[in-house]
Design a protein around this ligand. Structure first.
Ligand SMILES: C[S@@+](CC[C@H](N)C(=O)[O-])C[C@H]1O[C@@H](n2cnc3c(N)ncnc32)[C@H](O)[C@@H]1O
Length: 280
């Protein structure tokens, strides 16, 4: 007979690949038995059925190979939301919460229209929708499998003010203008070593890589956004911590004003914004 306690005892095997082996093991057990962590603490001697044991071994083996826990459990926390994720979606990063935080401080009307480019699991659009229920948000994604997850997240979280569209950046938007365009586009340079790191190698390359210097998507979004922004509208983008200077140059050469870059808690430049007129 195998109990919950026996499975929790396997956590030490994950020490080499995880900073949180106990938590990971708990999350896998919770996933396979369909209970929360408090059940594990309350019923440590509960018996694991043969079928659940088989499922545990399968997920545990994948975790040992370095697959991110979010892909094994199918969910990840972002902002105040629990989002479904899978191998078609990037796992939303804590630094992207800075993008959401700044978007909420930009002076937009109570009924602002917002465009999220490359929505992935829907993280940014849904976080904004949860905070600003009167905003109309459009979220575009090229990968239709990822878009299906984003839509499902919107439905499950009952956030009705997001319209999800499939397409290549601005292509699904005909004659539309927004008060804010926000994006966490792919910005890793082709061949960058980080692509082989930790869980990153399990994530979709199209969500991460953007040309030889990582700036192809940012160049395109920065150059095209003024055509889709109202006069005085804002563009807000996430970028790599070593791309701040280049991104500011792109904003300035395209004529944005009020260009500024914000750093994360570690002091690394992560988010740049600019406005489409002199004084915003
Ligand atoms: C870095 S991920 C960000 C995902 C999500 N916004 C987040 O922050 O978690 C970039 C996203 O852009 C999407 N993408 C890449 N190229 C695209 C394109 N040409 N048009 C629309 N979306 C694109 C990718 O599929 C991916 O979901």
């Amino acid at each position: 007979m195998t109990s919950i306690l026996d499975l929790l005892g396997r956590a030490s095997e994950l020490q080499k690949i995880s900073d949180s082996p106990v938590l990971d093991t708990q999350r896998i057990i919770c996933r396979i038995i369909g209970r929360d962590t408090s059940f594990l603490h309350t019923w440590p001697y509960a018996e694991i059925t043969p079928n659940n044991l088989k499922n545990f071994e399968s997920l545990f083996a994948r975790r040992l190979m370095g697959e991110p826990i979010a892909y094994l459990t199918g969910e990840h926390g972002f902002w105040s939301l629990i989002l479904q994720v899978n191998s078609h979606t990037l796992i939303p990063r804590p630094e992207t919460e800075l993008l959401v935080e700044i978007a909420l401080t930009v002076s937009l009307g109570p009924h602002a229209s917002v465009l999220d480019l490359g929505t992935g699991s829907g993280s940014i659009a849904l976080a904004l929708a949860s905070e600003r229920t009167n905003w109309s948000i459009v979220a575009v994604e090229k990968n239709t499998n990822a878009l299906a997850i984003a839509k499902s997240n919107g439905f499950r979280l009952r956030l009705k003010n997001v319209d999800f569209l499939a397409g290549d950046w601005f292509s699904p938007l005909v004659a539309r203008r927004f008060h804010l365009i926000i994006s966490n586009p792919p910005y890793v340079a082709m061949g960058d070593e980080s692509l082989n790191g930790d869980g990153v190698r399990f994530e979709p390359k199209e969500a991460l890589v953007s040309g030889v210097d990582g700036l192809d998507s940012l160049r395109y979004i920065i150059s095209q956004s003024p055509n889709f922004l109202h006069h005085g509208g804002w563009l807000l983008v996430e970028h790599g911590c070593d791309q701040g200077l280049e991104v500011r140059k792109l904003f300035l050469s395209r004529g944005y004003s009020e260009v500024s870059t914000h750093s994360d808690l570690n002091g690394r430049e992560r988010v740049t914004l600019g406005c489409t007129r002199r004084s915003c």
